[in-house]
Design a binder for this molecule. Structure first.
Ligand code: FPP
Length: 255
C-alpha cells in the first residue's frame, strides 16, 4: 500500500513545484527581446517566494533551466546565465535573512565556474535555514535524475554492497533529487501547456497538477491562491478508495 502523508492544516501543500513557462511569449507580446521576459520572470520568482513565506509553505521547487534548454540560441542561454548570476549575487543575503535554505538540483557541472561557485556558496550559507526550502532545478531533467539514481545503485551492486533483488521503490526513491523532502503536493505550470516536460518525473507520481494560461511574468498571489484553492478542493486517494482515505483522516492526529 502506498504511504499516505498525514493531513495538512487547511490542506496547505507542504511542497509546491513550478514550471515557470511563458517568459518568451510575455516579451514577444510587448515586442521586446526574450531576455526582458526572463527578467520579468525573475521578479515573479521573488513574489512567489515572498508569498510562500507568508503562507508558511515549507518547500518550493522551481524549474529554472532544463537539460534541454542548452539547445536554445546561445544569446538567450548567455542572457539566462547572466540573470542567474545576478540573482544569486543580489538575493542570497536576503533569502538567508528570511530563513530560506537554497539548493540546486541538476547537472551543475555544465555551468561555468563562476555560477557553480556561487551555487555552492548559496547552499553553504543557507544550509541550516528551515523556514522554506527553495530548490532550483538547473540543467535538470527528470530522466537524467532517475538514470543518475540507477547508476548510483548499480555502483553499489558492483561494489558488492547491494544485491539487485534488494533494489525497490524505496531504495531508488532515496537516490533521486529532493529525496529528503516530502514529494511535491502541488505542481503548477504556467503558460498554457499541459505537460510535465521532463520535470520531477519520479517525484510527481501522486502530485496534484494545476495548469494556467497565465504567462509566468504575470503569475501573482491571486494566481497562486487559485492553485492553492484548487489543491484544497481535491481528494487525494493515493490509489485507495474515498472510504479508506476518510477512515485514515480520522485515525491520524493533526500535526
Ligand atoms: C520558460 O519560459 C522559462 C525559462 C526557460 C527560464 C526560467 C527563468 C526565470 C523565470 C528567470 C529567473 C529564475 C531564477 C530562479 C532567478 P520560455 O522562455 O520557454 O517562454 P515561452 O514558452 O513563452 O517561450
Amino acid at each position: 500500500m502506498p504511504s499516505v502523508p498525514p493531513p495538512l492544516p487547511a490542506a496547505l501543500p507542504r511542497h509546491v513545484a513550478i514550471i515557470m513557462d511563458g517568459n518568451g511569449r510575455w516579451a514577444q507580446q510587448r515586442r521586446r527581446p526574450r531576455v526582458i521576459g526572463h527578467r520579468a520572470g525573475a521578479r515573479a520568482v521573488n513574489r512567489t517566494i515572498d508569498r510562500c513565506l507568508e503562507l508558511g509553505i515549507p518547500a518550493l521547487t522551481l524549474f529554472a533551466f532544463s537539460s534541454e534548454n542548452w539547445g536554445r540560441p546561445q544569446e538567450e542561454v548567455d542572457a539566462l546565465m547572466k540573470l542567474f548570476l545576478g540573482a544569486l549575487d543580489r538575493e542570497v543575503d536576503e533569502l538567508h535573512r528570511r530563513g530560506v535554505r537554497v539548493r540546486f538540483i541538476g547537472e551543475r557541472e555544465r555551468f561555468g565556474a563562476g555560477l557553480v561557485s556561487r551555487m555552492q556558496l548559496a547552499e553553504q550559507r543557507t544550509a541550516d535555514n528551515t523556514t522554506l526550502t527553495l530548490s532550483i532545478a538547473a540543467s535538470y531533467g527528470g530522466r537524467q535524475d532517475i538514470a543518475r539514481a540507477a547508476r548510483a545503485l548499480a555502483a553499489e551492486v558492483a561494489a558488492g554492497r547491494l544485491l539487485p533483488e534488494q533494489i525497490d521503490e524505496s531504495l531508488l526513491g532515496r537516490q533521486v533529487a529532493l529525496a529528503d523532502l516530502p514529494p511535491p503536493d502541488l505542481f503548477i505550470r504556467t503558460g498554457g501547456d499541459t505537460r510535465i516536460s521532463n520535470f520531477l518525473l519520479w517525484q510527481l507520481a501522486y502530485t496534484e497538477l494545476w495548469f494556467t494560461e497565465a504567462l509566468w511574468p504575470d503569475f501573482d498571489s491571486g494566481q497562486l491562491q487559485e492553485a492553492l484553492d484548487a489543491y484544497a478542493s481535491r481528494e487525494r486517494r493515493f490509489g485507495l478508495t474515498s472510504a479508506q482515505i476518510a477512515a485514515l483522516a480520522t485515525e491520524t492526529p493533526s500535526p
